[in-house]
Design a protein around this ligand. Structure first.
Ligand SMILES: *Cc1c(COP(=O)(O)O)cnc(C)c1O
Length: 467
């Protein structure tokens, strides 16, 4: 499709400006630009069509099924947007006198109270703007804790090889040495491997549970006990809380601190780089290190973002929690788990799960045998799904499964949608036998088929240069 600049026709307009109702000032010549800015000139119709066309080239939860594992692309209820759009929330200034923003403070306090209840934590900050930022904040809490006890020698963070890539990156950014441990054959933490690396230099362990293959680690109490015994702390990557909220609490599993992606589990649309929130919760012994902010308590010197973070995301999360309530929260998780198991069993018999057991909110397919036989890769299957109006699952993650496709249907999909999705997987399974070539060049319906993803990420062309 053409860029808006390429649709530009000199003199064409879509605005009618009213009469100027303030005093005109003339700027000194030195401050005036020498040439008019090269802005596109289009009519309102063309402008409207341009954005609608762009919109048709994008896949969102509102367009269709979006089983992007680990990302929790669930439907976000409209009511959360409506409440966050109330002028009392959007018009408030972070430097307004505190006595005029008591309502906002109540939102933060209530959200903190409910999320502490859901996670089993004692204190919370909403400053971090995303999951990785929350990890960074949480691991700094761990660092401050050890420093305050004169144990700065603890310089290693243990991370299992199934971890989200942000975990080792976070530990390294906080100045820690990352110790990778291999997973057991069932995808969980290998207790012997863990014991072998624990010691006086252990600062902590970062863990996702259920882990990235969608399995709940049955040894979790033993794992956190071992880490504590060695003097380390346990960090829970709760980016995705969709399997456990209202069912089991990271605090009760023995974790000392946690981050949650409010933009995954708690109803803020995400995926386009929009504002998120990586709320960080901690137990009593870490509370005094939490970032201070204008509206929240917390005495720590830590400051990871301005003011109270992305406040409107917290408004949406609180609205979501209050709408679902004490019954709805665990029901959402139960349905997320049910949907994942239903879809996994429906697909099984064609593409096989990497671990043939009950999963939590997501599951991983292992296409390595299938690829050996047909030559069709996980990438080819993912790309082919686009032609059916389905967003591809997460590919080639976690790294411990080869030719991995990771599906997370979420609780907001109906049985009919899951049946439809399973049918498409079956169709593609058969197509790989009869016409693998077609799948190697898929998608055939999208604006771009196979972009060079590395180059697109490293050298994005984000600016139009007028000739
Ligand atoms: C999404 C995710 C993250 C990172 O969250 P961002 O908001 O993208 O920074 C970290 N860990 C896990 C397990 C995740 O799924």
């Amino acid at each position: 499709m053409k860029l808006i600049f390429e649709k530009s026709v000199p003199g064409r307009k879509s605005t009618i400006l009213g009469k100027c109702d303030v005093e005109q000032v003339s700027l000194p010549e030195s401050m005036k630009r020498s040439a008019a800015p090269a802005l596109p000139e289009v009519s309102e119709t063309d402008l409207s069509r341009h954005y609608t066309e762009l919109c048709h080239n994008v896949h969102g939860v509102n367009c269709g099924f979006y089983p992007l594992g680990s990302c929790t692309m669930k439907y976000n209820p409209r009511i959360d947007e409506e409440i966050a759009a109330l002028p009392g929330f959007t018009g408030v200034h972070p430097l307004a006198p505190p006595e005029t923003t008591l309502g906002c403070r109540e939102v933060l306090d209530k959200a903190s109270e409910y999320l502490c209840e859901i996670t089993g934590m004692d204190g919370m900050t909403f400053q971090p703007a995303a999951g990785a930022h929350g990890e960074f904040t949480g691991v700094l809490l761990i660092k401050k804790y050890h420093d305050s006890r004169g144990e700065s020698r603890r310089n290693k963070i243990i991370v299992p090889d199934s971890a989200h890539g942000t975990n080792p990156a976070t530990a390294a950014m906080c100045g820690y040495q990352v110790v990778n441990i291999p997973s057991a054959p069932n995808g969980c933490v290998d207790l012997e491997a863990l014991k072998a690396v624990l010691g006086e230099d252990t600062a902590g362990l970062m863990l996702t549970n259920p882990n990235t293959v969608g399995i709940f680690d049955e040894n979790i109490l033993e794992i956190t006990r071992l880490v504590h015994e060695a003097g380390g702390l346990c960090y829970y990557d709760g980016a995705n809380l969709n399997a456990i909220m209202g069912a089991v609490r990271p605090g009760d599993m023995g974790f000392d601190c946690i981050h949650m992606n409010l933009h995954k589990t708690f109803a803020t649309p995400h995926g386009g780089g929009g504002p998120g929130a990586g709320a960080v919760g901690c137990k009593e012994h870490l509370k005094k290190f939490l970032p201070a902010s204008a509206l929240m308590d917390g005495a720590g010197e830590l400051q990871v973002r301005s003011f109270a973070g992305n406040f409107l995301v917290v408004v949406k999360a609180l609205t979501y929690i209050m709408t679902l309530g004490r019954e709805g929260i665990p029901e959402a998780s139960a349905n997320a788990v049910l949907n994942a198991n239903y879809l996994m069993r429906k697909i099984q018999g064609t593409f096989e799960p990497a671990f043939d057991r009950i999963c939590m909110h997501e599951f991983v397919l292992d296409l390595s045998e299938f690829k050996k036989r047909t030559g069709v890769s996980a990438l080819d299957v993912a790309k082919s799904l686009i032609d059916y109006g389905m967003h591809p699952p997460t590919m080639y993650f976690p790294l411990i499964v080869h030719e991995a496709l990771m599906l997370e249907p979420t609780e907001t999909e109906s049985r009919e949608t899951l049946d439809w999705a399973a049918d498409i997987f079956r169709k593609l399974y058969d197509l790989a036998e009869t016409d693998p070539e077609y799948m190697h060049s898929a998608p055939h319906s999208a604006a771009i088929a196979r972009p060079d993803e590395v180059r697109a990420a490293r050298n994005p062309i984000l600016r139009y240069t007028a000739e």
